[in-house]
Ligand binder design. Structure first.
Ligand code: CS2
Ligand code: MG
Length: 407
């Protein structure tokens, strides 16, 4: 079988939201697909792939995943970075997809086989009020989900995290806004209101449901420590992104004060972004995504490293990752001995399902992958032509006095 790479196609499409997709075609006719979406910066990664990565791949043997990974990582000289790493990630996923198809095996078999029956997920309940959020959580429980992330608008801060004015969902395409939408933030108002959400959740649902919360890096370490202590009675599965951790030592401060489990990693690109937090056991879950942290090859390396320090993987699963990334993470998740939980907000929508197809199913709060060779996903290039790129920015946050804050 001739697996020489003969074509690398980079497609930016917007079936509901923008995605950057890579398709690698080999002489044998076998092809693979990968996700390189960097939300709000799609054209940068597409140009990088097209102009700088694709020419290096033509004529190479698609079986040599590791060498191609090293070539694109070390060989670039500049290393790391979200655009570079998303490009490597997409190429890597496509090559695993090809290897699986060539071997006639699903990717999880190539990784070492199944460690569990399915990939447990957590879903989102986001509302404008506490009761609204809990009603949504109740509906999700009815659909068989038993791990739910709760986010609610902060009283007195219209459009704060979770709701965005007339766009009720911050995940939605914001292309009707020429610049990033701005949302207000006040740590005092947040800290004064957040406990009620979790105390009411426990009153209503009892203790046999897992609760999670995402702080989106808006606190300082000592504020996060206070929040962790405040939420201890409500037994969270984890508190996510309490503090931005360019300075990883920040997590030591939080850890010194609270037993609330901590998670971070959705914007990380390499093991170096989280190495100290993992090896010092300052966190409990690492949330790196296959699309942003170097594909299946590097997610596996991060998982293996983390396993030595009792840290489990909980990959990012927002809708700005295409279903190709979900499939890659599901294959890693079903194999990884230290898999924790997968974030899940659905396998796209009606429109994106016209462009992306997949073989995964969800049942009783678990993703199941089929035994189809490769990743079990496909991308319809013809259908994608009907959905051209549509510029859209993520929101930004400002304090009430106008200071720009982490969103
Ligand atoms: C969030 C994401 O899913 C999450 O945990 O933090 O929604 C994140 O804001 C987006 O993926 C950014 O593109
Ligand atoms: Mg998050």
């Amino acid at each position: 079988m001739n697996l020489t790479i003969k074509d690398v196609r980079v497609i930016v499409s917007c079936p509901g939201r923008n995605f950057v997709t890579v398709k690698i075609v080999t002489e044998s006719g076998i092809y693979g697909v990968g996700d390189a979406t960097v939300n709000g910066r799609e054209m940068a990664v597409a140009t990088y792939l097209q102009e700088h990565v694709a020419p290096c791949l033509i004529g190479r043997n698609a079986h040599e995943i590791e060498d191609i990974w090293q070539y694109l990582y070390k060989g670039v000289y500049w290393r790391k970075g979200p655009i570079n790493m998303a490009s490597i990630s997409a190429v890597d996923m496509a090559l695993w997809d090809i290897k699986g198809k060539a071997a006639d095996l699903p990717v999880y078999e190539l990784l070492g086989g199944k460690s569990r029956r399915g990939v447990s997920v957590y879903v989102h309940a986001t509302g404008e009020t506490v009761d609204d959020t809990l009603d949504r959580a109740e509906a999700l429980r009815g659909q068989g989900f038993s791990a739910i992330r709760l986010q609610t608008s902060v009283p007195g801060l219209a459009g704060s995290y979770g709701t965005l004015g007339d766009k009720k969902d911050y995940f939605e395409l914001q292309s009707d806004r020429p610049l990033p939408p701005e949302t207000p933030w006040s740590t005092r108002k947040y800290m004064n209101s957040i406990e009620e959400l979790f105390s009411k959740a426990r009153d209503r649902f009892g203790t046999d449901i897992q609760l999670l919360h995402d702080v989106h890096s808006r606190l300082t370490p000592i504020e996060a420590a206070r929040l962790g202590k405040m939420l201890e009675p409500y037994d969270l599965l984890f508190l996510e992104d309490a503090v931005a951790a360019e300075n990883q030592d920040s997590y030591r401060i939080i850890r010194d004060h609270t037993t609330t489990p901590l998670a971070i990693g959705e914007i990380y690109n390499t093991i170096w972004d989280c190495k100290e937090m993992i090896q010092n056991q300052w966190i409990d879950y690492i949330r790196c995504a296959a699309t942003h942290a170097g594909g299946i090859t590097n997610l596996r390396r991060i998982a293996d490293f983390a396993a030595h320090f009792h840290v489990r993987i909980a990959p990012h699963g927002a809708p700005d990752l295409s279903v190709i990334c979900f499939a890659a993470q599901a294959h890693v998740g079903i194999w990884a001995p230290n898999f924790g939980i997968q974030e899940f907000v659905g396998f796209g929508n009606e429109t994106s399902n016209l462009v992306f197809s997949h073989d995964m199913s969800i049942e009783n709060g678990m993703i199941h992958v089929s035994d189809r060779p490769g990743l079990g996903v496909d991308f319809n290039e013809e259908a994608a032509k009907d959905y051209p790129y549509n510029r859209s920015y993520l929101p930004v946050s400002r304090l009430e006095d106008g200071t720009l804050w982490s969103w």
